[in-house]
Design a protein around this ligand. Structure first.
Ligand code: ADP
Length: 207
């Protein structure tokens, strides 16, 4: 059972790592950015609503994003765990996610932050824009996305750190290296739990 959130600025490699971790952990990777882009490409009602936000590098309004994620997490494949890539991104979304999970009697287990410095991020996104033609990978929009991340999403690092859920991992290096760091960070959490288990059991026995 893995309920995991991946945090990190645009270009940190969340999408790539989410897919690799999902295959390894046997849970779906859920990317709000991918879902929005698929809806834009498919000219759905949701796509028409969100297109201008994506193109400007602004966040889609919380009400729209939260409803979309609520639907997706209610799908059967997410019942036993998931990796969220790109959600939550605002403190309001954190509250919503807490509520959705509480209603299902579940809670978040891990938050992994992938870090990288701004110059590297911009460089990667400009390269991706050339290779894939993503409409929000132009230099102006990239800078706006970085700004929006710093203002609205970076504070979530502190929120999850205070809950003891956060592990930060360096996003520089080969893809496989970063994956190994993420897996090691997850195992570290598991190890800590194993250390604590016998003590808890003993406490229970000794009353
Ligand atoms: P990146 O992290 O590379 O910027 P994503 O694919 O995660 O890209 O997201 C692309 C765009 O989709 C964002 O710039 C934003 O417009 C929208 N989006 C994705 N997730 C959210 C979210 N949780 N809240 C609001 N908008 C979102």
């Amino acid at each position: 059972m893995t309920r995991l959130v991946l945090l990190g600025p645009p270009g940190a490699g969340k999408g790539t790592q989410a897919a690799l971790l999902a295959a390894r952990l046997q849970v779906p990777a859920i990317s709000t950015g991918d879902i929005f882009r698929a809806n834009v490409a498919g000219r759905t009602e949701l796509g028409l609503t969100v297109e201008r936000y994506l193109d400007a590098g602004e966040y889609v309004p919380d009400s729209v994003t939260n409803a979309m994620v609520r639907d997706r997490l209610a799908q059967p494949d997410a019942a036993d765990g998931f990796i969220l890539d790109g959600y939550p991104r605002t403190t309001e979304q954190v509250r919503e996610l807490d509520g959705m999970l509480a209603e299902a009697g579940a809670q978040l287990e891990h938050v992994l932050e992938i870090t990288a410095d701004t110059d590297e991020l911009v460089r990667r996104l400009v390269a991706r824009g050339r290779a894939q033609g993503r409409s929000d990978d132009t230099e102006d929009v990239i800078r706006n996305r970085q700004r929006v991340y710093a203002e609205q999403t970076a504070p979530l690092v502190q929120v999850y750190a205070e809950r003891g859920l956060l592990r930060s991992v360096d996003g520089l290096g080969e893809v496989a290296e970063v994956t190994a760091r993420l897996v090691a960070a997850l195992e570290h959490v598991v190890d800590l739990r194993e250390v604590q288990l016998p003590r808890t059991a003993q406490d229970a026995v000794s009353g």
